[in-house]
Design a protein around this ligand. Structure first.
Ligand SMILES: O=C(CO)[C@@H](O)[C@H](O)COP(=O)(O)O
Length: 224
């Protein structure tokens, strides 16, 4: 049984004092830093790039940095983020012409690799690449913005992917992202997720530790 991981999305952090805010959320008990990269092309928003990832490393962040690429094309950004200190790099299958090549590029760069599925994206791209995956991320909102509501059909999709992972025998994390809160995290975990990205639920509250503790006590009720 693997521990559940909580990965705050810094999309909702205070960018004017990002290093301090990331330290604060890690000191509050977060496991992983979730780093959302948007290009105003693949998604209708524009955020942060490899320089900011490197700046967090230079600032002293040693926790895993989980880079979610919402950019198209992806390959150039994979290399740049690996050099900038990313630990995990995930991307959307629609954003590359060569899925296997992009996954191999992540692995060759020394990072863990993952594929991301939007709420309406079918799962068939998983068919021939399970052996190259460390993470499968199911978006439970359409990507581009924090603070949206969890799309309930994600629960069935999670169950489907959880079965695929179990049947494959590979050690793959099942991550969920979008609208994750204290009051739905247990249901999401019961559907199979073991890594939870939460932005507004954590950063929009004054006491990060209180929220993360509440999330963990909800997760403790789940029979994995
Ligand atoms: O990637 C995205 C949005 O595209 C997410 O990581 C959001 O940032 C999650 O925000 P909340 O729904 O938790 O506020």
């Amino acid at each position: 049984m693997r521990p559940f991981l909580i990965a705050p999305s810094i999309l909702s952090a205070d960018f004017a004092r990002l290093g301090e805010d990331v330290d604060a959320v890690l000191n509050a008990g977060a496991d992983v830093v979730h780093f959302d990269v948007m290009d105003n092309h693949y998604v209708p928003n524009l955020t942060i790039g490899p320089m900011v990832c490197k700046a967090l490393r230079d600032y002293g962040v040693t926790a895993e940095i989980d880079v979610h690429l919402m950019v198209k094309p992806v390959d150039r950004m994979i290399v740049d983020f690996a050099k900038a200190g990313a630990s995990i790099i995930t991307f959307h299958p629609e954003a590359t012409e060569h899925l296997d090549r992009s996954l191999q590029l992540i692995k060759e760069s020394g990072c863990k690799a993952g594929l991301v599925f939007n709420p309406g994206t079918p799962l068939h791209c998983l068919d021939h690449v399970m052996d190259k995956l460390d993470v499968i991320l199911l978006m439970s909102v359409n990507p581009g913005f924090g603070g949206q509501s969890f799309i309930p059909s994600t629960l069935d999709k999670l169950k489907q992917v959880k079965k695929l992972i179990d049947d494959s025998g590979y050690d793959i994390r099942l991550q969920v992202d979008g609208g994750v809160k204290v009051d739905n995290i247990a249901e999401i975990a019961a559907a199979g997720a073991d890594m939870f990205v939460a932005g507004s639920a954590i950063f929009n509250k004054p006491d990060y530790k209180a929220v993360i503790d509440e999330m963990r006590s909800e997760l403790a009720k789940v029979d994995e």
